[in-house]
Ligand binder design. Structure first.
Ligand code: PLP
Length: 451
């Protein structure tokens, strides 16, 4: 007999430990204490198998922008499963959910990003991008343009291709990555790396590292630059204001394609539909996933400019996933976008509860352990330090204090994540003022409990 959400926690944990391999988890560490079993969720709140209610300040995994428990999304999925549960869009067929979603994304996306290549996840979409930009240059008669520049501390996915684009060394070097033809430059993390300079000067310096890399590799060899408008999994690194305008100038100067990885930043997270709009950049390709369906169903994609689509259209692009444009996923994503629009969630982040969250989140810098609090829209991070003035790191091994604070938050029924000794948040965009107060109180209390 199968266990249920009402089975005893110990039984659930034992079966989990016996058979389930968890992503990004140390197996033995988890085996010793058992995974917390999440059984249901509503709004911004999770419930575990012991009946605790946990405030989810990470929206799952930067996913659940419209919050949990949306009946409309379940109903649309059930309807679509009955009407057309699956068909592919490979060999000169299409279907209504895919064409409607592609058109909707073209309407929402900035500039002439009018074409969508669907995938099942962000990783898959970035794999698409890798092949697409190289195919683009080959079709333009410049097949030697095959190098893609990315950044250290970036996260672009876990497949072999997208993992190679990533730059979180502890993660992305495991298992023999990266593939050839990817070059990494430094990130614009002013607080941790730029103390010798002003944020403005440091932003320019780190942008110009792109130009230096282009010149080193050879301008006629570089296909694209890929970056998250605001680096997410790497610790919510908000770039200085000077950074992106300078990067845009450099990619324009050398005619290099710009790929904005909007997997986290997209769909209202930064207070605009896309992080590219918040940062004032004009990408040629945007990667989307997560908030596209609010995580209710797996879907991702690449939103591509008229120019890139027209060049790729000159050949057969021998690429696609069985679940590219899955009808149920497309239908759910469309309904999710309808909810975001109808409830004005983007405006809420920009002008209303997002502003309140910023004020409250920034007040965490009054805590003796918090060196910096940075937030854009509803994605933010605090840097932990034993000594704010010098920004000194802890004596303990890097990341262990962050891990402990995360454990304290967990015990206090608040989900915050840690990346090294930074703590990050990315709550559902529907979070209320009262819930924001609870978030800040629990974070403060967890910091107070020390390390
Ligand atoms: N790109 C970014 C910026 C991400 O944050 C992630 C996942 O966290 C991905 C790509 C990979 O997406 P997925 O896990 O859906 O493959």
């Amino acid at each position: 007999t199968l266990l249920t959400a009402n089975s005893p926690t110990a039984e659930l944990q034992a079966l989990d430990a016996a058979h389930h391999m968890h992503p990004f988890t140390h197996g033995q560490e988890l085996g010793a204490k058992g995974a917390r079993v999440i059984t249901r969720a509503e709004g911004c709140w999770l419930t575990d198998s012991d009946g605790n209610r946990i405030l989810d300040a990470m929206a799952g995994l930067w996913c659940v922008n419209v919050g949990y428990g949306r009946k409309e999304l379940a109903e649309v999925a059930a309807r679509q499963m009955q009407e057309l549960p699956f068909y592919n869009t490979f060999f000169q067929t299409t279907h209504v959910p895919a064409l409607n979603l592609a058109a909707k994304l073209a309407e929402l996306a900035p500039g002439d990003l009018n074409h969508v290549f669907f995938a099942g996840s962000g990783s898959e979409a970035n794999d698409t991008n890798l092949r697409m930009v190289r195919t683009y240059w080959a079709e333009k008669g410049q097949p030697q343009r095959d190098v893609i520049i990315s950044r250290w501390n970036a996260y672009h996915g876990s497949s072999v291709g997208s993992g190679s684009l990533g730059g979180m060394k502890g993660i992305h070097m495991q298992g023999g990555l990266p593939i050839p033809g990817v070059h990494h430059i430094d990130q614009p993390n002013w607080w941790s790396e730029g103390g010798y300079s002003t944020p403005e000067a440091f932003g320019l310096e780190r942008a110009r590292a792109l130009e230096a890399a282009i010149l080193e590799i050879g301008p006629d060899r570089v296909a694209a630059f890929i970056a998250e408008p605001v680096q997410g999994a790497g610790g919510v690194i908000v770039p200085p204001e000077t950074y992106w305008p300078e990067v845009q100038k450099i990619v324009d100067k050398y005619g290099i394609l710009l790929i904005a990885d909007e997997v986290i930043c997209g769909f209202g997270r930064t207070g605009e539909w896309f992080g590219s709009q918040t940062m004032g950049i004009r990408p040629d390709i945007m990667t989307v996933a997560k908030g596209l369906s609010s995580g209710y169903i797996p879907i991702g994609g690449s939103i591509v400019s008229d120019e890139v689509a027209s060049v790729i259209g000159n050949t057969e692009f021998n690429h696609g996933y069985t679940y590219s444009g899955h009808p149920v996923a497309c239908a759910v994503a469309l309904e999710n976008l309808r909810i975001i629009e109808e409830e004005g969630l983007v405006e809420k982040v920009r002008d209303d509860t997002g502003v309140y969250l910023r004020e409250r989140f920034e007040s965490l810098t009054d805590h003796p352990m918090v060196g910096e609090a940075k937030i854009v829209g509803m994605m933010g991070s605090i840097a932990l330090t034993p000594q704010k003035e010098t920004r000194a790191p802890f004596k303990a091994e890097a990341g262990t204090v962050g891990f402990k604070v995360r454990e304290r938050c967990f015990a206090n029924n608040l989900i915050m994540r840690h990346v090294g000794d930074r703590m990050i948040i990315s709550p559902p965009l529907v979070i209320s003022r009262e819930e924001i107060d609870t978030l800040i109180e629990r974070a403060w209390q967890s910091l107070d409990e020390g390390y």
